[in-house]
Design a protein around this ligand. Structure first.
Ligand SMILES: Cc1cc2ncn([C@H]3O[C@H](COP(=O)(O)O)[C@@H](O)[C@H]3O)c2cc1C
Ligand SMILES: O=C(O)c1cccnc1
Length: 348
């Protein structure tokens, strides 16, 4: 483990096993609630309670800009990152609607937006104004990568101190599907042609250029043995690093995270490379439409709950899955057992 990170314990296997035994006493054919059964048992392990408490989710939206946008890798201009942060602060973005719907705490963190956001009611934690262009040079210095991880770790601590028992990270950063693709390629070994996608909707020429940018970034590092922090610094971005730190500190505090889409999955891969034990504290929400998200999830060992054709980010796919998780826990806790309800069990 990298020394500046907090140790991560394993989930409580005894509580998870007792929860599994409880599932098999509930008034339904064994296994008939499918993935919801296993989910409830995982929450039992995470919370160390056979009947886990209902979810109190917190969503933290990390924003930053990317020097690689100079290459023309996004369908939108870099200024949109700062403009969208203003929209988050005003409550008008998709994730704001979903956070309100679910009564979730929503915090917005500026980890490195290029534009001026002073005065906005957000957490001001700019490590620097945008990362460098990863096609040509390291996106971040090692010190900046570590500082951005710390921004996310601080955010996880704030969310948990505010009472959260489930963490959701969202991303906002024009151009960030490019560093995410580069990280997924480097950390999974998959090739750019199957990982790089259209992001906000680049055309065929834009897609070819984006693939070349990722290939060039990977070529800078070819044949070099790099520690996880170095990979993050070379190919990452400030919000991606912060999200990795958020997942790591959440796990260290005993709180699981629900991973969203392509960018947050890249961050989860970085977190896993830094501290493999984090993987036991992650749940996948959806498979995004972005090419390569499936590879990232497979490398993480995660199975998505749903596939809705989403390609937004912001934590929106994770937020949409919150009712499923809440239902899994309530069914587990509140359904009657065969004995309680006087229902006959399966014939031998
Ligand atoms: C208005 C708007 C709102 C968004 N919310 C999330 N993203 C998403 O799109 C961006 C990544 O795609 P690319 O790499 O192609 O730039 C990120 O900001 C991501 O969060 C948005 C993008 C736009 C334009
Ligand atoms: O899957 C995602 O998270 C995604 C895809 C495209 C653009 N922004 C985010």
């Amino acid at each position: 483990m990298t020394t500046f990170l907090s140790p991560i314990a394993a989930p409580d296997a005894a509580s998870a096993a007792l929860a599994r035994a409880r599932q098999d006493t509930l008034t339904k054919p064994a296994g008939s609630l499918g993935q919801l059964e296993a989910l409830a048992c995982r929450f039992a392990g995470w919370q160390g309670k056979v009947q886990p408490a209902p979810l109190r989710p917190a969503i933290t939206l990390f924003a930053a800009d990317h020097g690689v946008t100079d290459e023309g890798v996004s369908a939108f201009p870099q200024a949109v990152t700062a403009e969208m942060v203003k929209n988050f602060a005003a409550g008008g973005a998709a994730i704001c609607v979903l956070a309100r719907q679910h009564g979730a705490r929503l915090e917005v963190v500026d980890a490195g937006v290029a534009g001026d956001l002073s005065g906005l009611p957000i957490v001001h934690a700019k490590v620097r104004r945008a990362s460098a262009n990863l096609r040509r040079e390291a996106a971040l210095s090692l010190a900046e990568a570590e500082a951005a991880l710390a921004v996310g770790r601080d955010a996880a601590r704030r969310a948990v101190e505010a009472g959260a028992n489930l963490l959701v990270a969202g991303d906002m950063g024009i151009g960030n599907t490019t560093p995410s693709a580069a990280l997924i390629c480097r950390l999974s070994g998959a090739a750019p042609e199957i990982v790089v996608g259209r992001g906000t909707g680049v055309d065929d020429a834009g897609l070819a250029l984006k693939r070349q940018v990722v290939e060039d970034a990977l070529a800078r590092l070819a044949g070099r043995e790099l520690a996880a922090l170095e990979v993050l610094a070379e190919l990452g971005g400030l919000e991606i690093a912060a999200i990795a730190g958020f997942y790591l500190e959440g796990a260290a505090l005993g709180v699981p995270s629900l991973v969203d889409g392509f960018i947050t999955s890249a961050a989860a891969l970085v977190a896993k490379a830094l501290q493999p034990a984090v993987a036991d504290w992650l749940i996948a929400s959806h498979r995004s439409q972005e090419t390569g998200h499936g590879i990232a999830l497979e490398t993480l060992g995660l199975t998505p709950l749903v596939e809705l054709g989403l390609r937004l980010g912001e934590g929106s796919g994770a937020a949409l899955c919150l009712p499923l998780l809440q239902s899994a826990i309530l069914l587990h806790n509140e359904m009657a057992t065969f004995a309680e309800a006087g229902v006959s069990e399966k014939a031998e």
